[in-house]
Ligand binder design. Structure first.
Ligand SMILES: *Cc1c(COP(=O)(O)O)cnc(C)c1O
Length: 377
């Protein structure tokens, strides 16, 4: 019986070579390699600036901090995401205000946002779930009308586009993650993308304790003092992380093609199975294909998942709705039924392996296993 991992990263010999060169140098922390990576990432995303950070969670937290979001403020977001999305809002002391999602895509339902806007609302924090972008054009209109900022959680959507709009282009800030299962990865890492130069300057300081000069800028023959302008974070990306990432960027579009191919195979096979529902991909969307989701009868989901796993296929759940996790449920008094569409998807969802290294044989095996398991329900 083959064993198919849920994810395999794409770090290759080129990346190891870049890492080796960095390790032979003097700067293991933030320096030239990070700067090179940031320029390359900005160029790829077609935004003016990016800032390398330790994680995507840091990116969200720093983004909220830049707009001085804190106690008494509300941030509008989705309950159907990884917990980091809402956690970042909690870290700054603000309140996450959840808006239910679209049944067809799992993305925040833009039609339901307006009724959640109050005089405490400061930011909309959408997630481009699974790699399908939300309608940023519409969201930007709404944000402008109510004077809200938009911080995009683009952790799933490095390669995503919607009507040629990319993450970080219409939103004020976009957060990316280079966590172990993301499109490009260095184990842990993150970045912010923005066209706002003032924000860029602030993040460069904020990621290194609020110091006016990071260590690479102080590495001179003449001793350079630093000053501290504000209380920043310890969230700076290291040269080690950047060395692993920088060449992966050259390969993401090829990888996306392979992921798309796998999704088409899955779609063809699974659209014939009556107990599997698939999410829609809208025609104006270029899907980043971060996760492949099947929706199965909620009553049997955990059993189905267990049986798929027993056959050696790495499958997982993305996501249990955030508002029903104990911390959020207890703190805000949520209960089942509060966000019915997110709950329905959360209760029926299974994520199947989706990554460029999957072989055709493995894809066939996954289809065979899933089809056989579902036949019994
Ligand atoms: C991975 C992820 C994050 C957090 O990224 P880290 O780099 O793990 O901190 C945030 N939001 C979503 C939707 C994610 O999938």
């Amino acid at each position: 019986m083959p064993r198919v991992e849920f994810y395999k990263h794409n770090v290759n010999e080129n990346d190891l070579e870049a890492l080796k060169q960095t390790l032979k140098g003097i700067f293991l922390t933030t320096g030239q390699v990070v700067e090179d990576f940031e320029k390359k990432l900005a160029n790829y995303l077609k935004v003016r600036y990016t800032i390398g950070l330790m994680s995507g969670t840091h990116a969200l937290q720093l983004a909220l901090t830049y707009y001085q979001i804190g106690p008494g403020d509300e941030v509008i977001t989705t309950p159907l995401s990884y917990t980091a999305t809402a956690d970042a809002i909690e870290y700054v002391g603000a309140r996450p205000v959840f808006v239910d999602v679209e049944k067809s895509t799992g993305n925040i339902d833009v039609n339901l946002i307006e009724e959640k806007i109050t005089n405490k609302s400061k930011v909309i924090l959408p997630v481009h779930l699974y790699g399908q972008m939300v309608d940023m054009t519409r969201m930007k209109e709404m944000a402008d009308q109510y004077r809200l900022k938009i911080i995009e959680d683009a952790a799933h959507s490095l390669e995503g586009r919607r009507e040629e709009v990319r993450p970080g282009q219409l939103g004020d800030l976009a957060a990316f993650s280079f966590y172990a299962t993301k499109a490009i990865t260095c184990g842990e890492g993150g970045a912010i993308a923005t066209n706002n130069q003032e924000a860029y300057n602030w993040f460069k300081k904020a990621r290194s304790h609020g110091l006016n000069r990071e260590v690479a800028a102080r590495h001179h023959d003449n001793f350079q003092h630093y000053d501290k302008e504000f209380l920043g974070f310890k969230a700076n990306m290291s040269n080690i992380q950047a060395a692993l990432l920088i060449n992966q960027l050259d390969r993401v579009e090829d990888y996306l093609q392979r992921k798309e191919e796998i999704c088409q195979k899955y779609n063809t096979a699974f659209s014939k199975i009556k107990d599997i529902k698939l999410l829609d991909v809208l025609p104006q969307v270029k899907h980043a294909r971060h996760l492949y989701i099947i929706l199965v009868p909620a009553l049997h989901r955990d059993k189905i998942l267990a049986q798929i796993k027993q056959k050696g296929v790495g499958a997982i759940v993305n996501y249990q709705p955030i508002h029903l996790l104990s911390y959020y449920k207890n703190k805000y008094g949520y209960s089942e039924g509060d966000f019915p569409v997110a709950e329905e998807i959360g209760a029926s969802t299974i994520s199947l392996p989706l990554y460029p290294k999957l072989t055709d044989q493995e894809v066939d095996y996954i289809i065979e296993v899933v089809s056989a398991v579902l036949e019994k329900y």
